[in-house]
Design a binder for this molecule. Structure first.
Ligand SMILES: Cc1cc2nc3c(=O)[nH]c(=O)nc-3n(C[C@H](O)[C@H](O)[C@H](O)COP(=O)(O)OP(=O)(O)OC[C@H]3O[C@@H](n4cnc5c(N)ncnc54)[C@H](O)[C@@H]3O)c2cc1C
Length: 391
């Protein structure tokens, strides 16, 4: 299948607008937010004003209905200056996806317009202390009571967990394994839901990563997404569609680091010449550029396939394979490129005055979240093999 990587006029305009926003309202402050581990509310405000949250939402619910390719272009552009800022959009869309793929009309009407405007923030709470990759092993329980469910359990590492107004989450309503899980919407301030520890991290330091504790939290039946037992499928249908955005985040980080290294290599002098004249540096730059271009092809292709295949709410097949490839490959490239960028800057690469050490720390998470790269490789291999479902 061919994918035209040329942007159309509308995409060019959106990318130009986002680039300007990123340069003016994010880039000058990103290092400080990172240093202070402070969630960047001015970024949320900037996105609200520019209407960026709306991109991934259908027009019927106050969105723009931009294509998946446009969405990844925007995330990529933001990640070139700040991975935390990029993930603010991606997490909003991730948190909303369970409602988009499986929500009732009433749920869509209540939540999507406020999420599209950015008035409310969303988060998706899947991971637990004892179950990350092993989603079918989730232990949070939702017990049926009059009018709804009582939810008890612990969620771990939830992006925007402490600041979200709407949490899409998963708990066990049935027996063990994937078929026992159901999906729910929990609103901020619901009795029995509490924010626990806020994580201190290697990278993505300004992003809010929180523990969520459910203690006999009442969730009305109308807040269950889909049918009982559909939770695992909803989680997978969500991740099938959200991974290209993480891939785009990784791609943007790599591009940001490459740009910094390229500039530095042409300015820094050693042994009487610019270090860019050394073949060792040139080879590193060449490898970085090749990785980035290959990743870009995969990321746009995955997004294009998600757009084509993902119109209904069902599971994706070909698009799922390419989403996993894009996320895995782009994040591995981001890790290598950022390590090389630090190397090209020498001692200055290791110092916080330059952005490349932040890019390197931020790159690492893209190999871990929304399914580790080991899990992505399993998804890719299984998409070619005729095997029974596994992890
Ligand atoms: C900053 C941050 C933000 C996050 N945001 C969110 C969020 O918004 N929502 C959310 O729900 N979760 C979120 N997560 C959780 C994240 O998705 C999980 O940490 C991730 O999926 C891995 O799960 P785990 O940490 O339990 O690792 P484990 O599953 O315990 O894995 C440990 C190691 O074993 C490997 N492994 C596990 N199973 C297999 C296998 N079958 N074959 C080969 N290797 C395997 C893994 O690849 C990994 O290397 C976030 C995490 C972080 C750090």
């Amino acid at each position: 299948m061919q994918v035209d990587l040329k942007l159309d006029e509308e995409q060019r305009q959106i990318v130009a607008m986002v680039r300007e926003l990123a340069q003016e309202r994010i880039a000058p402050f990103a290092a400080e937010w990172d240093e202070r581990e402070e969630f960047p509310w001015p970024v949320v405000e900037a996105y609200r004003e520019a209407g960026l949250f709306a991109l991934a939402f259908p027009e019927t619910y106050g969105g723009v209905g931009a294509s998946a390719v446009t969405q990844v272009l925007v995330v990529e552009e933001l990640a070139k200056v700040d991975a935390t800022a990029a993930i603010i959009l991606a997490v909003q869309w991730l948190g909303a996806l369970p409602i988009l793929v499986a929500g009732s009309e009433a749920q869509k009407a209540r939540y999507l317009p406020k999420l599209a405007s950015g008035e409310w923030l969303a988060a998706m709470a899947l991971t637990e202390p004892e179950a990350g990759s092993d989603v079918a092993g989730l232990q949070a329980r939702a017990v049926r009571v009059d009018g709804g469910y009582r939810l008890t359990g612990q969620k771990k590492f939830i992006s925007h967990g402490a600041i979200a107004d709407v949490l899409t989450t998963f708990a066990r309503t049935g027996g063990p394994g994937a078929k026992g899980l159901s999906a729910f919407i929990v609103e901020k301030g619901a009795p029995g839901v509490r924010v626990g520890r806020i994580e201190r991290k290697l990278g993505l330091r300004a992003s809010n990563t929180a523990e969520i504790l459910f203690d006999d939290c009442f969730v009305p039946e109308r807040h269950r997404i889909g049918e009982e037992g559909e939770g695992f499928s909803i989680a997978m249908r969500t991740l099938d569609r959200s991974r290209p955005a993480v891939a785009a985040q990784a791609l943007g980080i790599a591009e940001g680091a490459f740009a910094a290294a390229l500039q530095y290599a042409q300015e820094r002098r050693a042994f009487g010449q610019e270090i860019a004249r050394f073949q060792a540096i040139q080879f590193m730059l060449a490898d970085m550029a090749m990785g980035i271009e290959a990743a870009r092809g995969l990321v746009y292709r995955a997004a294009h396939l998600v757009e084509e295949e993902g119109r209904g709410g069902g599971r994706l097949t070909t698009a799922n394979r390419y989403s996993a490839m894009a996320k895995c490959f782009a994040s591995d490239v981001a890790m290598q490129v950022t390590i090389d960028a630090v190397q090209i800057l020498g001692g200055y690469g290791y110092i916080r005055d330059f952005p490349v050490e932040r890019f390197m720390r931020d790159a690492k998470i893209t190999q871990i979240y929304e399914g580790t790269n080991q899990i992505q490789r399993i998804i890719i291999a299984r998409s070619y093999l005729d095997l029974a479902p596994g992890p």
